[in-house]
Design a protein around this ligand. Structure first.
Ligand SMILES: [Zn+2]
Length: 441
């Protein structure tokens, strides 16, 4: 009889641990106790060694680490498809900001965040970073749905339903940080929206406070050519030069988008040890240009992956985003060897964990880490034949074949269905909001 008691044993046909790199294991098992991985071993041995309270036999499935969506605006799921095919400037000024200012409320954010979280869990995301008004509501939705998240509380100069000015945004964000100090699944970062929406004094204040508190900063940076040109016209500096001078770049800084880069921009990233969050589908859709993966990789910069909000993507599938990242890297560089499938998966897992400073807890399937895991069913016609599990995972529509998602060893998705949330209720909520918003358009 097996001697060691554990909570969960998962037996899988294929397993990609991400660390070590570019590795596919066959017929192996993960033993979980108290939400953490205590062993990773061949299934034959696992049956001899462990007695599990719950066992999952998934011989036709691939297990991967939970995905980390390193940039988004969850509540914007309520604005999915509200305004498409516009430039960033038009989209923000004429569509998104007006509709947000009309409808922004605690209820809007909570409902939108729940809808986004459901979509993310169903697609294998176990941790996301968010930047939006009423971050306390997104935190509440994350907590009640058992997903991990980094809340980069927004800071802007203009008023919203959440705060009147930069000082109040910061004040409220710091209160949120105190409130969630002991929450293991939720962390708080500073989220200065962008260099063009926050003035120098507030950016300096954020740099000082973040330094004192050892807190991460996430900022939209070099999202468009217009942003760079406007910054040079207004400040005589490129956006990254300006925020560097103001003290915002450090190993805890997460720079989102980073298109339109020149060598000196990349040098600033290298010098500071800051991270890049690549959001290729949002960049493509808004016609903003390309993040130069090749040059960033050569410079040794950590690149994570984000979907951005559903209003500029328009889905929250991180596996789909990894596919786009791989394809666009090849297409733009003319080099098909760039960003192979195993590296695209690193962007969506371990690199995201490094960017958010949680890589000792998650981002790979390793003993001691949290059991943040995703199973993908490879038995269907669109996954066959299976020469290479990485290839199937990244270059086919694998997000639609996610069958199980565990966060800290807790099963959140089983057989492609949310376990703790009524999906039809969420659909009704989305439709109710659409009717209200459309009635006043
Ligand atoms: Zn964004």
């Amino acid at each position: 009889m097996p001697e060691e008691n554990i909570d969960i044993l998962i037996n899988a046909g294929w397993l990609i641990p991400v660390v070590p790199r570019n590795t596919v294991l066959r017929d192996c098992s993960i033993a979980i106790r108290d939400g953490r991985i205590i062993a990773l071993l061949p299934s034959g041995e696992a049956q001899q060694r462990f007695s599990a309270e719950q066992q999952y036999d998934l011989p036709d499935s691939l297990l991967i680490p939970g995905l980390i969506n390193a940039h988004g605006h969850a509540a914007m799921s309520l604005l999915r498809g509200y305004a498409d095919d516009q430039s960033l400037h038009t989209w923000l000024n004429e569509s998104i900001w007006p509709v947000e200012s009309r409808w922004m409320s605690e209820e809007f954010v909570y409902d939108g965040a729940e809808i986004a979280i459901a979509e993310m869990l169903l697609g294998g995301t176990t941790c996301f970073s968010d930047m939006y008004f009423f971050p306390d509501q997104t935190a509440r939705a994350a907590r009640s749905n058992g997903i991990k998240c980094q809340l980069a509380f927004p800071v802007l100069e203009f008023p919203s339903a959440w705060a009147r000015n930069a000082d109040e945004y910061i004040h409220k964000g710091l209160a949120l940080r105190d409130e969630f100090r002991d929450d293991k699944r939720i962390s708080i970062a500073f989220g200065p929206h962008a260099p063009y929406t926050v003035n120098d004094p507030a950016l300096e204040k954020i740099a000082t406070l973040a330094g004192e508190l050892d807190a991460p900063i996430q900022i939209h940076l070099h999202e468009s050519a217009d942003e760079v040109a406007q910054s040079i016209a207004d400040h005589g500096l490129r956006p990254i030069e300006r925020i560097s001078k103001l003290g915002l770049l450090s190993p805890l800084t997460q720079c989102v988008h980073m298109t339109q880069l020149i060598d000196s921009d990349i040098a600033l990233l290298v010098e500071s040890g800051s991270h890049v969050i690549h959001c290729p589908e949002s960049n493509l859709k808004l016609g903003n240009g390309f993040c130069p993966i090749d040059a960033l990789q050569k410079a040794g910069i950590n690149i994570a992956l984000g979907t951005d909000g559903a209003a500029s993507n328009n889905d929250l599938s991180l596996l789909g985003e990894a596919r786009t990242a791989a394809l666009i890297a090849k297409g733009v560089s003319g080099n098909p060897e760039l960003l192979p499938a195993h590296e695209a998966l690193e962007l969506a897992t371990i690199n995201g964990a490094r960017a958010l400073g949680i890589d000792t807890d998650t981002g790979s399937i390793e003993v001691g880490k949290a059991a943040d895991l995703v199973a993908i069913d490879l038995s269907g016609i669109a996954s066959q034949p299976l020469y290479n599990a990485f290839s199937q995972l990244i270059y086919t529509d694998s997000a639609s074949r996610v069958s199980h998602t565990w966060v800290d060893g807790k099963l959140r998705v089983e057989d492609g269905q949310l376990l703790h949330t009524d999906q039809s209720e969420l659909v009704k909520k989305a439709q109710t909001w659409q009717a209200k918003i459309q009635a006043e358009r």
